[in-house]
Design a protein around this ligand. Sequence first.
Ligand SMILES: C[S@@+](CC[C@H](N)C(=O)[O-])C[C@H]1O[C@@H](n2cnc3c(N)ncnc32)[C@H](O)[C@@H]1O
Length: 375
Amino acid sequence: MIPMPGNNHTLPASRRYRPSMTRDYSQISDTARAVDRFVLPRIVSYLESIRQTIAGMPAETPFVIADYGAADGVNSSRLFERIVRYIREVHPSRSIRLVYVDIADPASFDLFWEGSHLSTLDHVEAEYIQRSFYEPFPELAGRVNIGFSSTALHWLDTKTVDPDLFQHPTCIQANQLSGAECGRFVERWKHDWRIFFHERSRELVDGGIVFLASLTSLGADRWPASAGYDNLRDVCCSLHREGRLSDEELRAIFIPDYFATPDEMKSVLDEEIVRRHFALKGIDAITVPCAYFGRMQDTLENPEERRRLAHSLARVVRAWSESSIRVGLSFEDPGLIDEIYNRLADTFFENPEGLPYQYCLIELVRADNPDGAGE
Ligand SMILES: C[S@@+](CC[C@H](N)C(=O)[O-])C[C@H]1O[C@@H](n2cnc3c(N)ncnc32)[C@H](O)[C@@H]1O
């Protein structure tokens, strides 16, 4: 890295982490999309349980599905098409409103919607709300039938927290830490989830469902894409040893997410603040194998194939980490960013490893005081 005139690697005080994906996210997230096959049967069985409700809803009331942390909308589209088809079977002209929530710029969503099959369906409308899912959505109060969120609720609320939380001299993510260092992220994550459920409780109709496919840690290295995070940390540390990243930059390179364990999730769901409004209908931990590694693991002796896999894995990691890496750098240096991910691809080439995603599938039905919590 060639220091710019007047640049002494000092980070701006206003630095704030804003975890949004690269534009190619939906083309390089086959593993995230593969969770669909676990989610779909659960959603269909919920729809069957509310068949009468769907049939009897007043004509002017749309059936509302909200996707919290939707990115450009591509990854939930197959699932949403299936839900629309089901609702149409029950009530052919029922109007359906899809609400996409994300902090990202709407441009990618607009592009998706313009070309999507969903947008061609009669009585299906969409709305994109560019806002954090940790904030209130008064416009949705009491209107949402299905609240859905996949591969998003591990992102901490970076807007209301002191960015200094995300500082570490050698590690780049909370699950790489242990003891008290990790504990402060656990507390923050719990705080954020309480807010998430508080806000959703205002939006869901009575009997509506919140369906989450939330990334989770199953212990040891069994947390989502752990090899990707660890290799990325090692690349950043080697650039630091070479003097290409300052101490301050290495401290500030941090991906502001936390993969809670299923027990940690259960403990928040058992709190009165959640139980007052929701009945827990299911919580299941599953592992989705790495879509890229699985496809190519038999061809790794071929250097070209092995290079292709290494490139795909580095692209997967880049899709969700680049925005945070940029925050850590003291000035825009596209060459350095490319070098980080080229080195990451080299690491995967030398030691090909899959990036499986561990999930907790959670179903919560909105019901006031379902088990008398707090009475
Ligand atoms: C890994 S992507 C998942 C996208 C999609 N749901 C999927 O299943 O592939 C996570 C998304 O969450 C969004 N995100 C992160 N923090 C958020 C927040 N506080 N509020 C709303 N969206 C957020 C990111 O911008 C990103 O688009």
